[in-house]
Design a protein around this ligand. Structure first.
Ligand SMILES: C[S@@+](CC[C@H](N)C(=O)[O-])C[C@H]1O[C@@H](n2cnc3c(N)ncnc32)[C@H](O)[C@@H]1O
Length: 357
């Protein structure tokens, strides 16, 4: 198997953009390390994935044992580790920049833009593992900075993903109040604020580091109609029937089955009659090779609940909670993402949209 870059690879080199997007200052050695990891990841998810997909599709029963599969699996685990951990990993970079990152933290924010809840106890499933192999996870005080740097490239890095989702969900509808669950550092929330220019958008997340970074990075033009709050999504404490649209991006797969069921009930409580819920998340692919890689991804990326979501009977769960018209559709996060055979390894994005009776 050749280790040279496939000149026909459709994934464009993104070094400069990736580096700029981390927004963490790097010395020369650290930048070289991160560039190496990014380049190796492009090889892993492009040419190596395509070779594996072709080989394993031709020998379905032997896919797991293929040497190419073992390389793929090893690289997935260890490139992710190298990105975050060690002297040149993102956690160390953020730590070296701690003073600057925390100095700007108390920046005065307009009243109502950020509400923290220091008494909030995060659920045990959330604290029990370093999800995505990010040491300390998002509860660490610099967690959101590290997370933002980490997602600037790779399988969740499609640039327009959030905008595509928000525009598709909102369409030409008139929406006045939107709630974004598990808002992270605000990418999903701000995408909805832009897609629905008349709407007020609330973003909630259990991690203080996330909502704080989200509020700080909200452009002043959106200050009067966006608000971030530290809250747990299944027990949000927000008023019943207050929202036209409740949404989440990449939240459900981080929750165990029982928590997803509780979340569906909570969204039904929060929506007005006729309001809609729209989730963007992952469901198991039908292609057996992609399914093998998806299941392996759960272990290799520290995603202990990734497969729980696929076990839920979505129609029944939403119907039991008072929803009608549940639509589950594959989502193309960028042009060509749903091509067969796939051009690159990607997570199996799906939109789940339902209307409250
Ligand atoms: C993968 S991130 C996605 C963030 C954001 N929606 C985006 O698309 O960039 C998942 C987020 O969900 C949050 N989260 C996980 N479980 C949660 C819960 N039970 N309640 C609220 N937030 C939660 C995490 O803190 C994290 O910020």
């Amino acid at each position: 198997m050749s280790m040279h870059r496939d000149p026909a690879a459709p994934i464009a080199p993104r070094d400069k953009r990736e580096e700029a997007a981390t927004r963490l200052p790097m010395d020369v050695d650290t930048a070289a390390h991160q560039r190496f990891v990014a380049a190796a990841r492009r090889y892993w998810r492009g040419p190596l994935f395509r070779a594996l997909h072709a080989q394993a599709s031709a020998a379905p029963d032997a896919g797991r044992e293929l040497v190419t599969h073992r390389y793929f699996a090893w690289l997935e685990r260890h490139l992710q580790r190298m990105k975050y951990s060690g002297p040149h990993g993102l956690v160390a970079i953020a730590e070296r920049d701690r003073e600057t990152l925390t100095r700007s933290a108390p920046k005065a924010l307009p009243p109502g833009l950020l509400t923290l809840d220091p008494a909030l106890v995060p659920p045990m499933y959330y604290t029990a593992c370093d999800i995505h192999q990010q040491p300390g996870g998002l509860l660490a005080d610099l967690g959101a900075h590290v997370y933002r740097a980490g997602v600037s490239g790779g399988v969740v890095g499609a640039e327009a993903l959030h905008e595509r989702f928000a525009v598709r969900v909102v369409g030409s509808r008139s929406v006045e109040r939107i709630l974004d669950l598990g808002c992270g550092f605000g990418r999903s929330t701000l995408a909805f604020a832009r897609a629905a220019p008349q709407a007020h958008v609330d973003g909630i997340d259990v991690a203080a580091s996330c909502v704080t970074l989200a509020a700080r990075e909200t452009p002043p033009a959106l200050h009067d109609r966006v608000a971030f709050r530290q809250a747990e999504a299944t027990t949000s404490g927000l008023p019943s029937g207050a929202y036209d649209l409740v949404t989440s991006t990449m939240l459900l797969h981080e929750m165990p089955e029982a928590a997803v069921r509780a979340l569906v009930a909570e969204t039904a409580r929060l929506l007005r009659p006729g309001g809609r819920v729209a989730h963007l998340d992952f469901l198991p692919p039908a292609d057996p090779v992609l399914r093998l890689l998806f299941e392996g991804h759960a272990r290799r990326n520290n995603e202990p609940y990734l497969l729980d979501h696929g076990r839920i009977d979505i129609d029944r769960t939403y119907a039991d909670a008072g929803f009608t018209r549940v639509d589950v559709t594959p989502f193309d996060e960028e042009d060509g993402a749903l091509d067969v055979p796939p051009r690159a390894w990607r997570l199996p994005w799906h939109m789940i949209v339902a209307q409250k009776s």
